[in-house]
Design a protein around this ligand. Sequence first.
Ligand code: CA
Ligand code: CA
Length: 199
Amino acid sequence: MAIPSSSRILVLLPGCGGRNQTLYGAYFNPKVFPASSMLIASRNRPHLRLSERAGGGLQIAAAGRGLAVGDLDNDGDLDLVVSNTDEAPTLLENRQATKHHWVAVRAVAAAGNRFAIGAKVTISGAATKQVREIRSGGSFLSQNDLRAFVGLGDYAGPVDVEIRLPGGRRWGWKQLPSDRLHQLTLSESASLPQAGLAR
Ligand SMILES: [Ca+2]
Ligand SMILES: [Ca+2]
């Protein structure tokens, strides 16, 4: 599917059909009401609906509940998994062929907050600076990818990365190559001075 360049902000709304669980006396209707997911470009006014052009996965009618986002095949773009009531999950593989560049970061610590939950990852390249936050949880009973992904567009050069943990400790890396995943270790000995503090 070719997505218009002015439609870079995409929103997936999983089909939210479900059971009629309203109880009136002893009445309970266990029937599931399925619905298709919707993909829209939110930057457009009115929103541009793309579901019909985005592949067969979005035509599946189900009672979707949870949505997890992650790069399942490690090719640099984000894929989606929708959990459905009484049905198998729906896997939506991102098959766009844009030739755009990307970089991803997995932050790890030897102990304590080992997955750097709550960290802010700042990735700078060319004239842009992008920030991602490492979050636990997400949609209903779902966990998103704990790696931070950034799209770089046409820029294929190196990037600088700063990771800042809640509380202020921070680490930095310079000139990391793009189009790959970097596993970055948050060691005590390599931490940088906290902003505003002399070391
Ligand atoms: Ca992918
Ligand atoms: Ca892909």
